[in-house]
Design a protein around this ligand. Sequence first.
Ligand code: PEP
Ligand code: MN
Length: 368
Amino acid sequence: MSGKPVDIKDELRDTFAGLREAVTPKNGGRVLVAGPCSAESREQVMSAAVGVKEAGADVFRAGIWKPRTRPGCFEGCGAAGLEWLKEARCLTGMPVATEVATPLHVEQALESGVDVMWIGARTTVNPFAVQEIAEALKGCGDVAVMVKNPANPDLELWIGAMQRLYNAGVRRISAVHRGFSEYGRSYYRNPPQWHIPIELHRLMPRLQMLCDPSHIGGKRELVGPVARQACALGFNGLIIESHCCPEKALSDAAQQLTPSELKELMISLVGKPVSDTSADLMMLRSRIDMLDDELLEILVKRMAVSDEIGELKHASNMPVLQPERYEALMESRVDKGTAMGLDREFISGMLAAIHAESVRRQLAMRNR
Ligand code: PEP
Ligand code: MN
């Protein structure tokens, strides 16, 4: 493979359109992929599939090969579950999705007609594993693949995984934001770090993006709030874990919703359909929020340095105000800002306000 980056912005296709019964999202134009964390038994798979279909799901999910962080947990039912997925597909008419982590998984999933595969967070981190999966998908350009973000907050790794699939001819690629691992205790199981998927959307505006509030939240009561944030940010769909009897689930019991809780959540999320313009507006506003936070942090740092200067001036009995320094500073910054496209009046007003505040702080220091 050439090391040349491939621009995958323009040729991507809708991941879900035309799969089996064409997926026509009912939930305010967003795709809903739902189902249990793991396929556990034939009965559990069938009842979950019927339940999530009734809750408005477009695609049924169930993991059969489960990557667990520590050994000894339920590691999935394995290839036996493929038969159950096939049956769930016949029963409900929904396309089915499962996680693949090795070329053998891909081969077996293709053989049994799995419609959508996803690459999990623990696989996306590994370029060797992703490359092997991509090779196994060569010649199956029409297969739909959802790529979860890597467990660590590395956007390049996430994009790189999608490029590997693209280079292998896969065109139905979507990204799934499932939050990022953090060592130690956090409010979320995997904190969302929204700026990362927002940056991905900026770099690849045509890429379909789904959010997985179940793995971000890690507990039932956080699924709704995180899903609401994702919808407000304009995500194209959600992937939500749902089990008919969550407390008995063999994996991720704390974060699964019953199908009726899922239905209630979806009804509450639909509200008024969000137009494309307002989705873009939300994205842009959250970028502004982040930039404003950065501006505030820079101002705090600048004031701290000016306090240190104030201490030095005080110690050496220098006056607070040095008009030549002020003039030189204003002139050079205003010229620089103007050359960078900022308005002269605006930049000089802003610098004067910052300078006035530094002087106020240095004077206050002398009165202490
Ligand atoms: C899952 O979807 O069940 C799963 C294992 O997800 P992740 O790779 O996001 O941890
Ligand atoms: Mn899970």
